[in-house]
Write a protein that binds this ligand. Structure first.
Ligand SMILES: Cc1ncc(COP(=O)(O)O)c(C=O)c1O
Length: 378
């Protein structure tokens, strides 16, 4: 059995319910709210990451007061010094989560304690201040409660939540900033698979790496995504949807995609996923899938997966399926691995679909939440 990771262990905390935590970010309501009909139209065919709800939660930090000035305010531009350290040295971290509307109208999120713990782990790596899981979760509750009508109810649709923290001190000089802002914004999202559960082709980058030993790979910080943009463009130029990175030290082992973890399914039903080496972002979806797989009889090993061997095993039929996973897509089946030197097509199977259906079933309240993963926001 796969033991909990240090991050998962630190997320094993009891957090009060939404009734107790709501109101921590007092509301200054927008004076220019859209009508219900306008909101309904905006969330009917949501443009993920393009449309935002009408409010955001914000807080500031300085060394004397710690976290202060918690508020829920109208969504709008920030006022920031052009010397703000985030703009020059990239001191920034973020999270990605979703709010799901259940059939009775209630709104839930998935394992927020994990995201709160990962946010703090990212903060430690970037020498930024941590915050209590209660404050992190309260920022989601207060935002979702005021903007509840923006949570879509169509199949697979959700409200994407983006908590983030930036260094605001206006000073040049490479050092940890002395002031920070925390914000959470939200964007309605349709089903990730517009054309059904469609398999994707993946470009294996042999020229570029996302993160190296001792770097920031395990933290969710903008710099890692900046490093992935050029190889991601190469992926597109080569007809692939996403880029997959190999380890920077040897260039031999599979790590993860630009924004998703990866799993390999063998003909005998066993499953492997790259072990957490410090260069991979540990996904909440990854953790949850390991649990679901084990509980339905698929042994899971976290290990080094050599790309050469993997390509041979795909070609021989020993590896039948691969899938990527993360909050956005939940599970994305992989049909092909492509690089400058090889192309390997997977036969396909049922495991990706079964895991996708189970996890989304839990998230949308259609299947039993056996592990207590769901947290009510509104
Ligand atoms: C680089 C990277 N790896 C993995 C993941 C999957 O993480 P999660 O399952 O928590 O969304 C993400 C998404 O946040 C990511 O950006």
């Amino acid at each position: 059995m796969v033991m909990p990771s240090p991050l998962e262990k630190s997320a094993e905390i009891e957090v009060s319910g939404y009734h107790e935590l709501s109101g921590m970010f007092p509301l200054k309501k927008s004076e220019t709210l859209l009508s219900d009909a306008e909101v309904a139209e905006a969330i009917q065919a949501p443009r993920f990451g393009q449309d935002f709800t009408e409010h955001m939660t914000v807080a500031n930090w300085d060394s004397e007061s710690g976290w202060n000035s918690l508020e829920t305010i109208p969504f709008g531009p920030l006022s920031l010094s052009p010397a703000a350290m985030v703009l020059h040295y990239g001191q920034e971290i973020f999270e990605g989560m979703k709010a799901y509307r259940h059939a009775d109208g209630s709104v839930w999120t998935f394992r927020p304690e994990f995201n709160a713990a990962r946010f703090n782990a990212s903060a430690r790596r970037l020498a930024m201040p941590e915050m209590s899981p209660e404050m992190f979760i309260a920022s989601l509750i207060d935002l979702v409660q005021v903007d509840k009508r923006w949570v879509p109810s169509g199949p697979g649709a959700s409200l994407y939540l983006r908590p983030f923290m930036i260094a605001t001190e206006g000073a040049l000089g490479v050092k940890p900033a002395s002031t920070y802002s925390y914000l959470c914004i939200a964007s309605p999202a349709g089903s990730y698979f517009a054309n059904g559960f469609a398999p994707v082709s993946i470009w294996v980058s042999e020229d570029y790496h996302r993160a190296g030993p001792g770097g920031m790979g395990a933290a969710k910080t903008g710099g890692n995504y900046a490093a992935s943009l050029l190889p991601q463009r190469q992926a597109k130029e080569n007809g692939c949807a996403q880029v997959c990175f190999l380890d920077a030290a040897t260039g031999k082992y599979l790590e993860e995609l630009g924004g998703m973890n990866v799993f390999v399914v063998y003909r005998d039903g066993s499953v492997r996923t790259p072990r957490l080496t410090g260069t991979i972002l540990e996904g909440g979806t990854r953790r949850s899938i390991i649990k679901l797989l084990e509980d339905c009889g698929h042994p899971v090993e976290q290990t080094d997966i050599a790309i050469d061997e993997l390509v041979e095993q795909i070609n021989s039929g020993e590896v039948t399926e691969m899938f990527a996973c993360g909050t956005a897509a939940v599970v994305a089946p992989i049909e092909k691995l492509v690089s400058k030197n090889f192309s390997a097509t997977l036969a396909g199977g049922r495991v990706s679909q079964e895991i996708h259906d189970e996890l989304t079933g839990i998230q949308f309240g259609l299947r039993e939440d056996r592990y207590g993963w769901m947290y009510r926001l509104a």
